[in-house]
Structure formats: structure tokens, C-alpha cells
Write a protein that binds this ligand. Sequence first.
Ligand code: URA
Length: 508
Amino acid sequence: MSIGILLPGQADFVAWRQQARRLLAAAVPPEQVEWRVVGDPPGLFGGAPLPAEAAPVTASVPRAFLDQAEVAIRHRDPERFALLYRILWRIVRGEHGLMQVATDADIVRLQAMTKAVRRDAHKMHAFLRFRGIEMPARSVEGEAGSPEAAGPDSPGERYVAWFEPDHHILEAETGFFIRRFAALRWSILTPEASAHWDGETLRMGAGGSRAEAPSEDAHEELWRAYYRSIFNPARMKPAAMRAEMPVKYWKNLPEARDIPRLMAEAPQRVAEMVARGATPAAERRQRFVQPAAPPAVAEGMPADLFSQIDDPATAMAALRAEMTARPDLPEWTRAATQMVFGEGPIGAPLLFVGEQPGDEEDLAGRPFVGPAGRMFDRAATEAGIDRPAAYVTNAVKHFKFKPTGRRRLHESPNAGDITWYRPFLKREIELVAPRLVVSLGATALRALTGKPLAITKVRGELIETADGLRVFPTVHPSYLLRLPDPESKEREYARFVADLRAAQREVA
Ligand code: URA
């Protein structure tokens, strides 16, 4: 006779575990168990209830099984409960090393399920888009103070997203969105269930429909304009784009509306770029004489919306967009041509931090391309460092200067400037995840350690910061440019190369 087990939810691991323990205690073999979830149609036989005296047992089970089972239970395959119980049964009945048997059919299936659920969660983190809506005040008297006041339809601003996960992942993934958007009020609607966060408590509710979620909001245009601006027709890789951003998610992504056109226009744009060649420097400078106004940003825009992406390259592009759009950028940045963000590969073993872009960097929009950059490149090459394989950035991302006649004189960033950019630098470094950070000069060292350390005291010594970064301090290349006599120039240049070589050895 089969035993029928009814679970209260599609992905209720705690309930499944409780029932599995009772089944083990009653020595019910897996083939005799019929698993169902509340709301499922009754099975062919229904199954008898488990005898009440079958109290749960505590069996010793490998952590690897529990970890995977907790994820795999969210898979939509109705057979998942039975599979998990069968594996548990086999382990408890003597196959203690079963989790290590990568060729076992049950383990292969468990791993495939875990992988599919994790992938689904990853896509949800990357492709879910909140849209802001203003919930109207309700006219029903006395409701404002009711327990429903903070519910999904309470008045005020709320962010709503529509998402269609492949598996039962919504409840498990709410933690990710609560951490990211703790201070906002949001709702995630899926066909099967919905989640509502009011800044303090999470409520799970019934499923919804796409029509119930807004399809556009005030930030849409900003995001689309940003996406169009970073779309590089010369680097277009349609197959990789489709693999990373499957077409099924496009309907919820504001930028997706532009992708077909951008792709179609790409060959023509590349041809034009080639035909145009380089713009002469003088002409470029003329185009930039007007101070750049910071881009318009909707008041109260939650900048953090952009950082809900967990693919590092996309997250980096989003970080850059977020910085560009910050309404609280220091006032002096309005005079700069543009923000100069870091460049180099994600995962670069070496990451260099300079002070701030100079005049040429400001015009080119790239770090270390002016005189200090050329000095840096020469020394790095001599030290055996391949610059394109390293990540190069600055503590402060705008050129701070004093206009004097036709020249723009470099002005050092102050402690407040360094502090303002510091959290962004930290996020940038976290996304690159280098093995070693090389600080070039005092500003970079201060930005990395949070302290005004003297370079002369710590130069060449590995410092571990409170954030767990390994920092190797050396001088800024512009220091070499300022030295007055050829002998000290030569001596200090050799020391700088030796420092870079030591840094390179650290990651070799
Ligand atoms: N100096 C810096 O610190 N960074 C640059 O990008 C250029 C000069």
C-alpha cells in the first residue's frame, strides 16, 4: 500500500524534511510514497496517511545533500520530492558516499536540477526590472491605520516587477531583493505567487499577471539612453548576447526594445567609425569647452536599482551609469568633460589605482593616457606587466582643475572628494576581484585604506585593508615627471620599475 504525503508548499524544504524523517522512521521505501502539494490534483491512488506514531528520526546526512536538496526542491519537476527521498533513503541505508558518485543516475539528476534552479535565480537577479508607480491614496475612511496600510496597495511610491521564473524560486530569492532594496517598497509578481516588501516585512501573496505590473516608468528613458550609449557596434557578439540575455527575458527589459535596431545598424556604424578615423586633438578640445551638465535624473531615483545585476561585466556597466547619473556628484565635477571610469578586464590579477584623471584623460574619457600615463606604460612594460591585462582606474573619477587662461591646472582632490568616490571605488574593485591592488600615490592609498598614510613609510610593503584588500603602495608616476634633475629622475624611475616588478611577482 502506498503512503500519501501532502506538502504545504511547492518549495517547502522544511516540511519535506520533516516528512522524510517520519517516512524513514517508519521504514517506508521510496517506491511506496506518493508526494503531492496542497492544490495538486489527487494522485491515482491517493495513498494512505503515514501512521501517526511514526515520529521523525534524526539521521546523519551529508551537508552536500542538504545543501543541494534545499535548492533542487524549487525545481518544477513533480518528481523532485521522490528523487530527494530516494537519495536520502539510499544514503541512510548505507550508501554513505553516494553524493560523490558523479555517474549515479539519481545524483546526475539532482545536480542538473540544482544547476537549473541556480541558473533561474541568476537570471531573475539579472533581468528583473522594477518600475516605479505611485499608489493612489484610498478614499475608504479609516483604512489608513489598518494593518493593511503598509500592504501592496497602500498609498505612496512602490516599485513593481513582473517576472516568469522557470522554477519555484520566488520566495527563496526574496532575500536577495530585500538586501538590495531594503529601503524601498516593492512587489514582485509572478504567475504562481507574489512577494511584497514594505521596508520591514515581507508578505507572500497569490500569483498575478503581466498586465498588473507597469510596463514603463520615468527611469526607462534614462536606462535606454545609457544602454544605447554603451552599445559598441564594433564589439557586437550576437551569439554571446543571446546566450547571456535569452530572448524570453527581453519583454521585461527596457533596453531590449533598442537591441534589434542597434544590431541592424551596427555594420553601418562600424563602417562610419572606420571612415571617420581619429578626430584631431584641437577639434576635440573645442567640442568640450562647454562644461558638461550632469545628466538629468528623476528626483528620488533609487540609484541602487542599477546594481541588481550579478553578472560582473553588466554590474560594472551599471555602476558606471549609476555614478554618471548621481544627482549628488560634487559641484566641481560639472566643469569636467566627462567621468573617466576604470578600464581593463574583470578578473585582472593586478588593479592599479591612480589619483584622478588629468587634462588628456578628461578629454579622452580614459584613465592614464596623458604624460603620467605614458610614464606608467613605459615602466609597466619594463616591469613585465601587460597593461591591457591589468585593470587601471582612479580614486576620483573626474578631472578637478583651476582654469587659468587657456590652461586647466590640475587641482588635488581633497579628503571630502576622496570620501565621496570611495564607496564606488570599493564596488569597482569588488567587481574586478584582483589578486593585488597597486596604489599609485597618496590619494589612491588614502582612498583604499581610509587613512592618510605617508608613502615614504609604507612604499613597497603589502598592506591588508579592513575590507580584506591586499594593497601594494608605490609612488604616482607624475612624481617622476616633476623631479628636477636627470639623475634623480633616473634613480626614481628605476625604483618605480622595481616596485611594479615586485607587484607583478606577487600575482605571478
Ligand atoms: N593621473 C592619475 O592619477 N590618473 C590618470 O588617469 C592620469 C593622471
